[in-house]
Ligand binder design. Sequence first.
Ligand code: GLN
Length: 532
Amino acid sequence: MAEVKYVFITGGVTSSLGKGTLSASLAKLLQARGYSVTIQKLDPYINVDPGTLNPYEHGECYVTLDGAETDLDLGHYERFLNVPTSQANNITTGRIYQTVIDKERKGDYLGKTVQVIPHITDEIKRRIRLLSLGNQYDIILTEIGGTVGDIESLPYIEAVRQMKWELGPQNCIVIHLTLVPFLTATGESKTKPTQHSVKMLLEEGIQPDILVLRTERNLNTGLKRKVALFCNVEENAVVESINVSTIYEVPLNMLNEKLDQTVLKKLGLPVNDEPQLTEWRDFLHRLKNPKYFIKIALVGKYVELADSYKSISEALIHSGSLNECKIDVNFIHSEEITDENVADRFKGLSGILVAPGFGSRGIEGKIAAARYCRENNIPFFGICLGMQCAVIEFARNVLKMEGAHSTEIDHKTRYPVIDLMEEQKSIIEKGGTMRLGGFRCRISRNSKAYEAYMKPEVTERHRHRYEFNNKYLDDFKNHGMIPAGINPESNLIEIMEIPAHKWFIGVQFHPEYSSTVINPHPLFIGFIKACI
Ligand code: GLN
């Protein structure tokens, strides 16, 4: 078996240029050419993982099958590649330091002074190499979070510099993503920020092998040649990445720019015939040529930042394409909804999705949304807290349990229909302590959930502390809300639905995390079908 090859992706000039999308797109093309690839993200912040971060900080927290709380870019990797990621695919500075400091306390450094170089950089390199241990991959792509020049990312850049030196140019390359801004006043695209960004990288000891230029206008060959000359890269290694209407088009753009071929040549790997992208192209074709148009609501309390619900938005795009339907998602703030204005706020919408969340802010709005859907036979999809809200609503208004609530919000409620899981009761620490990752779920045959999955058992990803309180299960069943999915080991209720309703499903897990371009999630497909 040949040595695994490494591709590092750094970013310059500004953040938010789409390093994650670029990494996922390149990986997709390499995969489509028959290579086994994975992508890893190195995050410069000191949190051990993003699990304790508010979504306003860096967007949603993505959860892997093995229960890691990770950066949302891992969601892009999975959606593009259709292969699961794991804890090893996301590393933060906090985790690196935690490991090094734990070792120091144990005395593993034998009296040495523990320093950024070599101890922190060695630990970074060890984590990067971890993914190669099972000989599973031909190429490992590693995205370095942040922007070159940031203090925080220096140790990562230094680790990359060392790896490049240790492995040699055919085994390790660096792609630098920068911005070429267009100045309307003079009508020109400017290369200076790119030149400066590359200089900064050079100061840190790295000569990039490939430059990808984000731009709003097409770049002419003269400009590309200029960048190549001043930044010391080959002319064909200057790649244009123009703005596109959907991120799912980026792989095809990169294919046109021959980014995959340039990478493979630099790594000394053969470029075989055409990449296998039929399913991808079909997906894009359906996405761009819809037969149906619907508007739905996404009700949440972090709606000001669309990244807070990244995986849900993408899962809607996947299932929309499969149903040949263009979905216009209205993000509605749960704090703004009341029983009085709910009908007005949801006028003209075909379905309502109530988002996950934590804490009391906006919860009554989510409950009102569930009630409106239940009473008016409007498709309802509740995810995690969204499902819990549907349960609370049903208890209050159908079972007449006045003041029914989740003990997360009201720990003195007379009807704790949602309650803390037994194993959570003794846990005080916040980080990484929820019910996390994949758990089995047995689906009842006579249910809408079964109609969607067409399978008696599935595994879905979780991230919660509270659960449906089984003490009330008979009451719910007798009045028309049934448990359509149950975890066989713990008996925890994973899916609640109202069979008499057009489509009313609440799930305790997060189906959005496992929806991909090639495999849109069955429940999202079913929800959109019902909305159409
Ligand atoms: N706050 C709820 C719980 O911990 C729901 C969590 C979620 O929506 N992810 O159970």
